[in-house]
Ligand binder design. Structure first.
Ligand code: PEP
Length: 249
């Protein structure tokens, strides 16, 4: 980890019931979490209110997606205004499941990020290559293209956290090695330096996601340019998520 505040996000995806979420919240409330870490959880929309009213204020809440502009006649969507109204401080945008399962495109994701930031939400901006892209030597090209779509759209990086999540590592149990992750994080930082500014490159937190768990987090956290994690599966288990939050120490 570098000098910025460590950031750990838990992406609960489309999982849980009122009961299982009450148990997870209770486990998180009783876990001892390192104070000097930004901790954020991202429940399914329908449970955000339940989580907000029962979870410790030490953990902030994120949406898993948001509409590209002001709310209105957009059936099935959730607006940035609604996320704020219900107590969210963050939104995850460009997650690979939305890119590759739902079909969201770079430009659309960039616009969503710009709108969320304009309304004061923080953005967890996800990028990452698929296995065939890595095997074809295109990892950097893909990540830079996705990063550029964010850079072209956002006026400020102050509330942006970049999440590098190789698609081949998400939900597969196949974690990137610390060296593989560090290599991409350095490249992303370098891209930000050349294409945005030196200040943004040094201040923006770049977190890693993809099969992070209680057993592999400490080694990953030792890498200089890994400033935290975005965690899927392991964030559904309170004690294991706490281990990941505390891995920076
Ligand atoms: C994710 O979906 O952001 C993720 C990293 O999932 P997992 O930890 O389950 O690989």
């Amino acid at each position: 980890a570098g000098s910025g505040k460590f950031f750990v996000g838990g992406n609960w995806k489309c999982n849980g019931t009122k009961d299982s979420i009450a148990k997870l919240v209770s486990d998180l409330n009783s876990a001892s979490l390192e104070a000097d870490v930004d901790v954020v959880v991202s429940p399914p929309f329908v449970y955000i209110d339940q989580v907000k009213s029962s979870l410790t204020d030490l953990i902030e809440i994120s949406g898993q997606n948001s509409w590209v502009g002001k709310g209105g006649a957009f059936t099935g969507e959730i607006s940035v205004e609604q996320l704020k109204d219900i107590g969210c401080k963050w939104v995850i945008l460009g997650h690979s499941e939305r890119r590759h399962v739902i079909g969201e495109k770079d430009e659309f994701i960039g616009k969503k990020a710009a709108y969320a930031l304009s309304e004061g939400l923080g953005v967890i901006a996800c990028i990452g290559e698929k296995l065939e892209e890595r095997e074809a030597g295109k990892t950097f090209d893909v990540c830079f293209e996705q990063l550029k779509a964010f850079a072209d759209a956002v006026p400020s990086w102050e509330k942006v956290v970049v999440a590098y999540e190789p698609v081949w590592a998400i939900g597969t149990g196949k974690v990137a090695s610390p060296q593989q992750a560090q290599e991409v994080h350095v490249a992303v930082r370098d891209w930000l330096k050349k294409n945005v500014s030196e200040e943004v490159a040094s201040k923006t937190r770049i977190i890693y996601g993809g099969s992070v768990n209680g057993g592999n987090c400490a080694e990953l956290a030792k890498e200089e340019d890994i400033d935290g994690f975005l965690v899927g599966g392991a964030s559904l288990k309170g004690p294991e998520f706490a281990t990941i939050v505390n891995s920076v120490t």
